[in-house]
Design a protein around this ligand. Structure first.
Ligand code: C6P
Length: 427
């Protein structure tokens, strides 16, 4: 496969980020797959991890390991300080008002389920409407389907334009007096579409509705201020933003969180327990029952520090540049269908596509044989696949360490796949 490291150096310097330096921080990027250099383009599924984050996990277990909020011994106090310190790091990262509004969960999925069970069952009544987009991940659809069935509420879907953007004209009509909740992705994991959250939130608030944002794809890639977005809840996962698996965040407005019943019951979420009744702890611990994922939460702080050192604006600039380049190169392939907005500034670094007569799974396998990791399938968005009239798509997704040369390598492998599958599709 034609590529040269000197060309890579050249193109890396075209980026707003010092990619060569960044790549040295990610040990896994030095891996080879069957003798071929790993090209990791599956960042929307999970990102790779910098050594500083990996070392933080190691250091935690070697120096600080203890349970939090319980002991009065030194280790427990240190572990608690690190754990609570990360809550403050998260607060600053998303520009929340108070750190008690930051709840640690296992991931975006659990954060959304928390809201659906706790806020949803307390507030959604028969006849109420839950408005969402047709490009929601199953994690931001299925919990609401179940709630709507239980409460005889109705799911209302916004319209998309041809380019996969939210149709704001019809949105203004679909969000109405019966809307109780607007729940929407900040960035689609399939189309890459960045949604106009603030505009939609204003429409929803005018109707007295509450707004939840699924930030699983947005927060890792876009500078995010919950105050500027003007929303009520935000959910995201640390593993998609250089952090470990098993840590998610639910941010919610204090007034809403205070009024909500706990989601899970047990240790740490109580202030006192008698035989028959209990009093619950205050925020945020009311929603963190049991021993939390201490080490991974602490290491998540390190991941945020890494992103902060790069600057989220610069991260975004790099992603626009590489996505623009990928879109322009992919278009060279005859017959290819590329989904989502054409303008790289309106989308994140996620590019879904289909090649004529090649099943995305076959494409994924052929690329994997070339050392290139992409995702193929429905991406947990089956209703969107139905709208697009496909079984699935191939998806390349970029992050801070991806280079233009890697896009070239993807292109070379796609041309090869095209030949293997018997098409003469390349111009
Ligand atoms: N999308 C993807 O490959 P969890 O699994 O809880 O960390 O995140 C769920 C989730 C929620 N919303 C959006 C928009 C997402 O993209 C995801 C995860 C991965 O696209 C895995 S399916």
């Amino acid at each position: 496969m034609p590529h040269s490291y000197s060309k890579e150096r050249e193109t890396a310097t075209m980026s707003s980020l010092d990619i060569e330096k960044i790549r040295r921080d990610f040990p896994i990027l030095r891996r080879e797959i069957d003798g071929k250099r790993l090209v990791y383009l599956d960042n929307a599924a999970t990102s790779q991890k910098p050594l500083s984050m990996i070392n933080c996990l190691n250091e935690y277990y070697q120096r600080y390991n203890a349970n939090v909020h319980r002991g009065i011994h030194t280790l427990s106090e240190e572990a608690t300080a690190l754990y609570e310190g990360t809550r403050e790091t998260v607060r600053r990262f998303i520009d929340a008002r108070e750190s008690c509004e930051i709840i640690f969960t296992r991931g975006t999925t659990e954060a959304i389920n928390l809201v659906a069970y706790s806020w949803g069952r307390q507030n959604v009544l028969p006849g109420d409407e839950i408005v969402l987009s047709p490009m929601e991940h199953h994690s931001n659809l299925v919990p609401w389907q179940v709630l709507a069935q239980e409460r005889e509420a109705k799911l209302v879907f916004l319209d998309l334009t041809e380019d996969g953007e939210i149709n704001m004209e019809t949105a203004a009509k679909l969000i109405g007096p019966r809307t109780k909740l607007l729940t929407i992705t900040q960035m689609s994991n399939v189309l890459g579409t960045i949604t106009p959250v603030q505009e939609l939130a204003r429409l929803a608030h005018k109707q007295g509705a509450v707004v939840l944002v699924d930030g699983a794809q947005g927060v890792p890639h876009l500078e995010t201020s919950v105050q500027n977005l003007e929303v009520d809840f935000l959910a995201f996962s640390m593993h998609k933003m250089l952090g470990p698996t098993g840590v998610g965040v639910l941010w919610g407005k204090k007034e809403l969180l205070n009024a909500m019943p706990p989601f899970m019951y047990g240790g740490d979420m109580i202030s006192s327990v008698a035989r028959e009744r209990s009093r619950y702890n205050e925020l945020p611990w009311k929603f963190e029952a049991g021993t939390p994922n201490i080490a991974d939460v602490i290491a998540s702080g390190q991941a945020i520090d890494y992103l902060n050192a790069l600057g989220m604006e610069t991260v975004r600039e790099h992603e626009v540049e590489i996505t623009r380049y990928a879109l322009s190169r992919l278009k060279e392939l005859k017959g290819i269908t590329i989904y989502g907005p054409k303008d790289a500034t309106k989308r994140g670094g996620v590019v879904s596509f289909n090649m004529p007569d090649i099943h995305p799974h076959d494409l994924g396998q052929i690329l994997s044989d070339a050392g290139i990791a992409i995702r193929a399938g429905h991406h947990c968005c089956q209703p969107l696949m139905k709208d697009l009239k496909v079984m699935g798509t191939a998806r390349a997704s970029f992050y801070i360490y991806n280079t233009f040369v890697e896009v070239d390598m993807l292109m070379a492998a796609l041309r090869e796949a095209d030949k293997v599958m018997g098409n003469v599709a390349c111009r």
